[in-house]
Write a new protein. Structure first.
Length: 569
């Protein structure tokens, strides 16, 4: 797989992938491999399923098991199906979502810092990003790290004692690295070693993304393959418990607490409760064809034992309201009349029939029935998860929505005064004060930049390995369209300013740009708008055009960009 995925690395490392309605490291992998049937999730963190794509790799497998093994080792996402053949097909799903600039692999988010540093500095670097040094939690991870993160010789990493006890290169009191190039330590490539404490390496940071509904549903689906089938509706997943309980009339939270314990391995922070028996849930329950009887969370509003035992108890109690306790501000969820069987509710004065249940083996009519509080029965538990949304852009930033990436982006302009002009390095440094970088300009973004600026620096630079210079009539780029130094790829967005390659091919100022002229200085990118560029005496442009320009010796206006903060809803 290393030869297959190696080229993906460049695409993934520079792609802004933190938007909250899909995982872009998965999206870009699908685009790179010309994946079939790419379907982004429809409702962000609240979506019932994740992003999906079907990959075909030039690797032959003979059986279903061998195809699945290949897919699970080489495609770092959930595998819904694997189809053997001359080309192995991996039907994959990304349920979790990583934040901006991070790559998802096997349920965790990774980002590498291509700078040599000590182990202590590496730990601090990761901690500053709310992360830790990456931990080897599966055998195939080092090989995927080698595939995705190119031009890296050795990285700091953590591993369990059972893995590090028998290292060939083992310095007492040293620190563990992953030697992607094992030559220095007389090891094969992609090997672990414990090295001298004074050694330096790059660092791979990791964090676990927050649980969302899609990931919870995936785990509960696998759980249902072992126990009772998990039931899915348009708004949640429902799991039948294996043990029976009865309603605790002295604690309305008892059923919810019970469900939080049952689903704790699959739903973080106790985001689970006894299932609310809506009509959609009951209809899906009918399809499951599971027999027996289950209790539901719905109970009568006249649930006080003393009231139910009064001598004046009459059938008027049939008008009492049944509801479920959900907690929070809206503490009760009423039971709709459509959720009952036609002969229900049938309350009696026996001080006992104030709970509800569903008899799954009865005739075809599916609905609630009244039943005794003291009757034991299994519950269905309903999963939940934290939801997230984009917060407001910081003060002084304007916002717009990147539809293709599903990302809320924030811009801050520096254009009003001559003092606002800076060269590329100083502009980047100023943007960092706001947690931002020099930004992109998406041609079809719909943002009216004309009212702000005539010329401005944007956050792209010439690739360091593309030194070719040009002159009038000869461009400073490789005419081979497949070359990384071609006109389409010779410039790249940096610091995750935008997806690469930049959409510049039809927007250069003239057919010879970017020419990389003038003493090898034109490594930065300038946007021109509706006016002659003073430095080159260019004719006015009727629309936004781009030109390569000086990074150091000339100052420009500029604008900074960053993703909007992601907050709990």
């Amino acid at each position: 797989m290393s030869n297959l995925v190696l080229a993906v690395a460049l695409c993934l490392l520079v792609y802004a992938n933190g938007q909250i309605d899909r995982d872009s490291s998965f999206q870009r992998m699908c685009e790179f491999w010309n994946g079939k049937d790419y379907r982004p999730r429809e409702n962000g963190y609240e979506s019932m399923s994740g992003d999906k794509c079907s990959f075909q790799f030039p690797h032959a497998t003979e059986t279903k098991d061998s195809a699945r093994k290949y897919c699970e080792d080489n495609v770092p996402f959930h595998i819904n199906d694997a189809i053997p053949g001359q080309f192995t097909e991996c039907q994959a799903e990304a349920t979790l979502i990583c934040k901006n600039g991070w790559i998802q692999m096997f349920g965790r988010c990774y980002r590498i810092e291509k700078k040599m540093m000590s182990r202590d500095d590496a730990m601090k670097h990761c901690a500053d990003q709310g992360a830790t040094i990456a931990f080897l939690h599966r055998e195939s991870l080092p090989f995927r790290i080698n595939d995705y993160f190119t031009k890296v010789s050795q990285i700091w990493i953590d591993a369990s004692e059972s893995i590090t006890n028998d290292l060939i290169h083992n310095i007492n009191g040293g620190n563990v690295i992953l030697a992607l190039d094992g030559y220095r330590f007389n090891l094969p490539n992609i090997a672990l070693a414990r090295v001298d404490p004074n050694e330096v390496a790059m660092v791979l940071c990791e964090y676990t993304p927050p649980m969302n509904q899609a990931e919870s549903n995936y785990l509960l689906k696998r759980f249902g393959e072992i126990y009772y089938p998990t039931i899915f509706t348009s708004y949640g997943a429902f799991v039948r418990t294996a043990s029976s309980v009865k309603r605790n009339e002295n604690d309305e939270e008892a059923d919810n607490k019970y469900c939080a314990k049952v689903l704790k391995p699959f739903v973080l922070d106790g985001k689970a409760q006894s299932a609310i028996p809506t009509r959609e849930f009951l209809d899906e329950l009918k399809k499951s064809k599971v027999g027996g009887i289950v209790r539901t969370s719905a109970f009568s509003s006249i649930a006080n034992k003393n009231d139910r035992m009064k001598k004046t108890c009459v059938r008027a109690y049939t008008k009492s309201i049944f509801h479920t306790y959900t907690g929070g501000i809206k503490r009760y969820h009423p039971v709709d009349s459509s959720e009952w069987r036609s002969s229900q509710p049938s309350e009696t004065c026996d001080a006992g029939t104030y709970s509800t249940g569903v008899v799954l083996s009865r005739d075809g009519e599916m609905g609630l029935e009244t039943m005794s509080d003291s009757r034991y029965g299994p519950l269905y538990c309903q999963s939940g998860s934290d939801t997230y949304k984009y917060g407001d852009c910081p003060d002084g930033f304007s916002e717009y929505y990147r539809k293709k990436q599903g990302q809320k982006w924030c811009h801050k302009f520096f254009w009003e005064a001559i003092a606002d002009k800076k060269n590329y390095g100083d502009a980047q440094q100023d943007c960092q004060k706001y947690g931002a970088w020099l930004s992109d300009l998406q041609i079809k973004s719909g943002v009216d930049f004309g009212k702000y600026i005539n010329d401005a620096l944007v956050g792209a630079k010439r690739r360091e390995d593309c030194p070719k210079k040009g002159s009038k009539g000869v461009g400073g780029f490789d005419p081979d369209v497949n070359s990384p130094c071609s006109r389409e790829r010779v410039f790249e967005w940096v610091h995750d300013a935008a997806p690469n390659p930049p959409d510049l091919i039809d927007h250069w100022w003239n057919e010879y740009e970017p020419n990389h002229g003038n003493d090898d200085e034109e490594k930065c990118l300038v946007m021109l708008k509706d006016a002659a560029n003073w430095a080159h005496n260019m004719a006015p442009t009727p629309e936004m055009k781009f030109n390569d320009h000086y990074c150091i010796s000339v100052k420009f206006r500029y604008f900074c960009g960053r993703e909007a903060p992601i907050v709990k809803a």
